[in-house]
Design a protein around this ligand. Structure first.
Ligand SMILES: N[C@@H](CCC(=O)N[C@@H](CS)C(=O)NCC(=O)O)C(=O)O
Length: 217
């Protein structure tokens, strides 16, 4: 098989890419990276010394492709599905990329800050960093709520795009921390549609056995 995905099923950025792989129906070999295991970690560091996953390896072309958004662009270009994940129209493409950045930087990264702080040894927590992350999440959710109140099915309208791949995992984990429906009904309904999408439903099903590792259960 030409493609290998270095990943962990629980990781939000890896789920983002899994959604794209399932949307495009691209065959790949999954390589599970266990950062707690020295051998697995060392093997992965050889592939991508930065040590962040997901990473895609295209063995046929001897290419290493890190970064979830870049991987999705690569899939769209070299292994396209029935519909593009980054629209062909340049203006729609730019808006899709903006929303992808929005979900990564203002929901996913701060969500990880809140969650991983719970894993830090006692006395090494970062309350002000977590406070800042929570503020950013609230502002981003407020904007998403306004956006989804417009009655769209997906983030970019009626077409499922890379922006939806980016939105699903952080929204799912944020909803576990604090139910979205309490204050953000449109974002909650959007998450409901994302969870019902077969590509994300499959990624979630595969993550289920690892949910006990999620801090707070
Ligand atoms: N900008 C990267 C972020 C990747 C990232 O933060 N991955 C996390 C897992 S969700 C990771 O590798 N964490 C392990 C670590 O930081 O040691 C992307 O979009 O792929």
């Amino acid at each position: 098989m030409s493609l290998k995905l270095y990943f962990h099923p629980l990781s939000s950025f890896c789920q983002k890419v899994l959604i794209a792989l399932y949307e495009t129906e691209t065959p790949f070999e999954p390589v599970l990276v266990d950062l707690m295991d020295a051998t697995s970690n060392a093997e992965f560091q050889k592939v991508w010394p930065i040590g962040k996953f997901p990473v895609l390896r295209d063995e046929a072309k001897d290419r290493t492709i890190p970064e979830s958004s870049i991987i999705i662009e690569y899939l769209d270009q070299h292994f396209p599905g029935k519909a593009p994940l980054v629209p062909a129209d340049p203006d729609f493409a730019r808006q899709t990329r903006f929303r992808d950045r929005f979900f990564d930087l203002y929901l996913n990264v701060p969500m990880q800050k809140v969650v991983t702080d719970r894993l830090r040894p006692q006395g090494q927590n970062d309350p002000s960093g977590v406070e800042e992350a929570r503020g950013l999440i609230e502002r981003a959710l407020g904007l998403l709520e306004e956006d989804m109140a417009q009655g769209k099915t997906w983030c970019m309208g009626e077409d499922f795009t890379m922006a939806d791949c980016a939105a699903a995992p952080p929204l799912f984990y944020l909803d576990r921390i604090k139910p979205l429906a309490d204050t953000r009904p449109h974002a909650a309904a959007y998450l409901g549609r994302l969870k019902a999408r077969p590509s994300y439903a499959r990624a979630l099903k595969e993550a289920e056995p690892y949910f006990n590792l999620f801090p707070g259960g």
